[in-house]
Structure formats: structure tokens, C-alpha cells
Design a protein around this ligand. Structure first.
Ligand SMILES: C[S@@+](CC[C@H](N)C(=O)[O-])C[C@H]1O[C@@H](n2cnc3c(N)ncnc32)[C@H](O)[C@@H]1O
Length: 330
């Protein structure tokens, strides 16, 4: 199980085994900071989750991208872009064949399908999302893929099941919660003692420092700034990845181990460029609603065409959106 070569495509940069977690995957470490692995190893055995989750921020958040068919397709593409980060997170977190796993905020089911393959035929996966259209799309996808997954339309906090789970996973979900620690606390109570919590969140703000491209890409900078404004303006937390340790602590969970993951992409025909184009297109309605003018993002295809030309001309590389995985046992 390796990453999509169209995304990674940079063997010299990312190393040969993005999933197995060879500790120092050289290029990544140099670029995106394996140094971010700060947490202690998973903790087991202590009384799970008796404390109330401390709640900090109470942001006004809505899921800015909606659930139209185009957006569900974009979620599939996003799944491909972040597949190797996701697989590595499962590996790091100790998700094993045979486990029963809950996927919170499953969207169109990419994480559910990925973890279902990971846990195998003796495992089981339940995916939940509050959006009926997403759940419908996820069911169809899983049926087509021949993967047996149970999907439910439910808010995360109110979801109950009569059996405990061995693991709970979630990707790009806590960033959309007004009270992420409360949500995390609630889902962790659905776990058996010693169960695994594994969350993957974006660290978009990690790209705002100006170190996102070499040589500096003016077009990428405009895209990064614009996306950050639109996502942040919708109330989502663009730094949720970096805040995961704090969110775990507020949720009353053990200190998580963490890993940050990104690639350097240099192939203008690569999947990351397509993903960027689809993201810009999906965000247009929300940008308009927020009154954020489009820069040149009125025409995503044109902007991404400019980006491709720029990268092709310079022979340079872009740092992809960093994601952070955090995991512990309860
Ligand atoms: C950015 S999408 C991520 C989808 C999927 N995890 C993935 O990585 O492809 C976030 C999803 O979480 C769902 N969601 C957000 N907050 C939720 C909540 N409180 N309860 C249930 N679903 C939620 C949204 O409806 C949306 O489908």
C-alpha cells in the first residue's frame, strides 16, 4: 500500500515507503518536519475519559464546501492526494486487521473505504456523517467497491452504537467543529479500553510562511493566501493540525504522538494541481458569500494553468498542504 505515484511522484524526495513509517523519510523530514513527532508513544491502561472536556473556542463554523456532486467528487480526489498520509497514520496509530473502526465525518467515504481495506475482511467499519447526500454517496461508492461498510446519517456527538469500537478515525473534521475538544471527547467514549484515537487534520497555516515553494511561486502564494482566507473566513480552523495536541488535552485524552506529512511536487501534470483547481472551484460560492474577491480565482482553470506554467518554467517545486496525524490509546 503506497501513495499514489501521481501525487508523490518524487521518489527522491519522499523516500520509498510512505506507509511503513521508516522513521526518517529523508526528504519529508527535511521539508515538512518529521521533527514534528513530539508526542509520547500511545498510552494504555489508564481509566478512560472520565473528565469533562474543557471547551475553548466557540467559533461559528459551517461546512463551507457543501455536498453537491462536484464537491463529493472533489472529496474523492482529495482522498487520493492525502492517501499516503492517511495510510501512514493508520500504521503509526496501530490500527490492525480485524479491528472495528468508527470513521467520524466520513463525507463520501474515502477514509471509511481506506480503513476498511486496512482492517480487512475480519474487521468492520462504521462511517457517520450528518449530511444525507454524503452518506448516500458513500454507500454507493462502497457498494461499487465491494466493501462492506455501515454508514449512518448522524451528528458525531449524538451517535451511539451498542458495541464499543477498537478505533476511531477522522480526517479534516475537527477543523470544522466549533468545539473540537467536546466532539473528540464524545467519540472517545465510544471506544473500548485501550482503543485507538487517530485524527488527521490540515495545517494550512504551515504554508503561509513564505516557505511553500522553491523558487518562490507568486501564483501559489496567491492561491494559498486566498484559500486560507476563504476557509478561515468560514470559521474552519486552518491550524487544526498543529492544535491537535491541545485538542486531545482539552478532550481529556492522553498526549498524542504526532506526525506532519507533506510532499514536494514538481510535476505540473500531477494530481496535486488538479486537486488545487477543484478546490478553488468548490470554494467560489463561499468566497462570494463572504465577499472575498477572487484574486484571479474567478477562473480556477486559468490560475492553475498559470501555476503549471510557472513551475514548468522554473523547474521548481511546491510544498503540498501539510497534514498532521495525532494518535493515542485511551
Ligand atoms: C472536509 S469533509 C471530510 C470528509 C472525509 N473525512 C474525508 O476526509 O474525505 C468533512 C465532513 O464532516 C462532516 N461533518 C462535519 N461536522 C460534523 C458533525 N458534527 N457531525 C457529523 N458530520 C460532520 C461534513 O458533513 C463533511 O462531510
Amino acid at each position: 500500500m503506497t501513495g499514489d505515484p501521481r501525487v508523490t511522484g518524487e521518489a527522491a524526495v519522499t523516500g520509498p515507503s510512505p506507509v511503513t513509517g521508516e522513521a526518517a523519510v529523508t526528504g519529508e523530514a527535511a521539508v515538512a518536519g518529521e521533527a514534528a513527532v513530539t508526542g509520547e508513544a500511545a498510552v494504555t491502561g489508564e481509566a478512560p475519559l472520565t473528565g469533562e472536556a474543557a471547551v475553548t473556542g466557540d467559533r461559528d463554523v459551517h461546512y463551507l464546501l457543501g455536498h453537491a456532486p462536484d464537491e463529493l467528487d472533489r472529496l474523492d480526489l482529495q482522498g487520493e492526494v492525502f492517501r499516503d498520509a492517511t495510510l501512514r497514520a493508520f500504521d503509526d496509530a496501530g490500527i490492525q486487521p480485524g479491528m472495528r473502526v468508527l470513521d467520524i465525518g466520513c463525507g463520501s467515504g474515502d477514509v471509511s473505504m481506506t480503513v476498511a481495506t486496512w482492517v480487512g475482511e475480519h474487521g468492520a467499519v462504521v462511517g457517520i456523517d450528518r449530511e444525507a447526500r454524503a452518506v448516500h454517496a458513500a454507500r454507493i461508492r462502497a457498494e461499487h467497491g465491494g466493501v462492506g461498510i455501515e454508514f449512518h446519517c448522524s451528528d458525531i456527538e449524538s451517535f451511539v452504537d451498542d458495541q464499543p469500537f477498537d478505533a476511531v478515525v477522522g480526517r479534516f473534521v475537527l477543523m470544522h467543529q466549533p468545539r473540537p475538544a467536546e466532539v473528540l471527547h464524545a467519540v472517545a467514549t465510544r471506544l473500548r479500553r485501550g482503543g485507538v484515537v487517530c485524527m488527521i487534520e490540515t495545517y494550512m497555516q504551515g504554508l503561509l510562511s513564505g516557505a511553500h515553494s522553491e523558487p518562490h511561486s507568486v501564483v501559489y502564494d496567491r492561491i494559498v493566501q486566498w484559500k486560507g482566507r476563504v476557509v478561515g473566513g468560514a470559521g474552519a480552523d486552518c491550524a487544526a493540525g498543529a492544535r491537535l495536541p491541545a485538542i486531545f488535552a482539552e478532550a481529556g485524552l492522553p498526549r498524542p504522538a504526532t506526525r506532519m506529512h507533506a510532499h514536494l511536487v514538481s510535476d505540473p501534470a500531477g494530481l496535486y494541481f488538479e486537486f488545487l483547481e477543484r478546490s478553488l472551484a468548490s470554494m467560489q460560492p463561499d468566497a462570494a458569500r463572504q465577499g472575498i474577491d477572487g484574486l484571479t480565482c474567478d477562473d480556477p482553470a486559468e490560475v492553475i494553468g498559470q501555476l503549471r506554467d510557472e513551475v514548468a518554467r522554473s523547474g521548481g517545486a511546491l510544498l503540498t498542504w501539510p497534514v498532521v496525524a495525532a494518535w493515542c490509546r485511551v
